[in-house]
Design a protein around this ligand. Structure first.
Ligand code: ZN
Length: 148
């Protein structure tokens, strides 16, 4: 089996059986919409200090947007906000083709590297990440407010 086919298979599997599909009760939430493709994703997250304790998503969209959201929720669990921001940047560089796909840097998310060949799908792959960062930043704001 070629690497490409394997990647395709993983994407289709996450699309069919998305991981962490649902809502984190009492978590911070942010929604994203990609009008180019019609994808809608809502990400909810619960932080434990500056670490992601739990991340979930709901939504409707193309296979790329769902697989990306599904893989993202798995990848960020247990990571710090700084880790997540780093992963966001590295992932964005990969899907926009500004950096070579490097599984040592992005781990399993490397299966989405093929998106770089389809510029119109970049937003599909990035949608959940934008929503996640918005949700976490919202969570941080809440934490700060409560601290005061
Ligand atoms: Zn899409």
């Amino acid at each position: 089996m070629e690497l490409r086919d394997l990647y395709q298979e993983v994407i289709l599997d996450h699309n069919k059986r998305p991981r962490n599909f649902g809502v984190v009760e009492g978590g911070a939430q942010a929604a994203g919409h990609n009008p180019m493709c019609g994808d809608r994703v809502s990400v909810s997250v619960r932080m434990d200090g500056d670490r992601v304790a739990e991340a979930r998503f709901t939504g409707n969209g193309c296979a790329i947007s769902k697989a990306s959201a599904s893989m993202m929720t798995e990848a960020v669990t247990g990571k710090t906000l700084a880790d997540v921001q780093g992963m966001f940047a590295t992932f964005q560089e990969m899907v926009t083709g500004r950096a070579e796909a490097d599984d040592e840097k992005v781990g399993k998310l490397v299966v989405l590297s093929g998106v770089s060949e389809y510029p119109s799908r970049v937003k599909c792959a990035m949608l959940a990440w934008h929503a996640l960062v918005a949700a976490i930043e919202g969570a941080s704001t809440t934490v700060t407010t409560e601290a005061i």
